[in-house]
Write a protein that binds this ligand. Structure first.
Ligand code: FES
Length: 107
């Protein structure tokens, strides 16, 4: 099961095992991680599951979906080149060790 590191804005971090085939958002929220709101439940409609992917990993993720790109324009915290919606990033074995940072706000 891929291990994903989530880093909070204060620098604290949690390493969570996220089942393959599950989104990072689902893996985080079902394990009680604060900092991801996910108002729409993963339907790519809210942008409250925003994360910043560590730069070392950005090339290893699938490209943005068109809808994801549009939604990222409406995030509460600033959009950066490494921004993704965690509900659209699916855990795979290749992503074991992935590091993502949480923004300072989601709404
Ligand atoms: S949970 Fe709503 S866009 Fe990801």
């Amino acid at each position: 099961m891929p291990m994903i590191t989530f880093i909070r804005p204060d620098g604290g971090q949690r390493d969570l095992s996220v089942p393959e085939g599950t989104s990072l958002m689902q893996g985080a929220t079902t394990q009680g991680l604060d900092g991801i709101v996910a108002e729409c439940g993963g339907n790519a409609m809210c942008a409250t599951c925003h994360v910043y992917v560590d730069e070392a990993w950005t090339e290893r993720l699938p490209p943005l979906f068109e809808d994801e790109d549009a939604l990222l324009e409406g995030t509460a915290a600033e959009r950066r080149p490494t921004s993704r919606l965690s509900c659209q990033v699916i855990a795979t074995a290749d992503l074991d060790g992935l590091v993502v940072r949480l923004p300072d706000r989601q709404v």
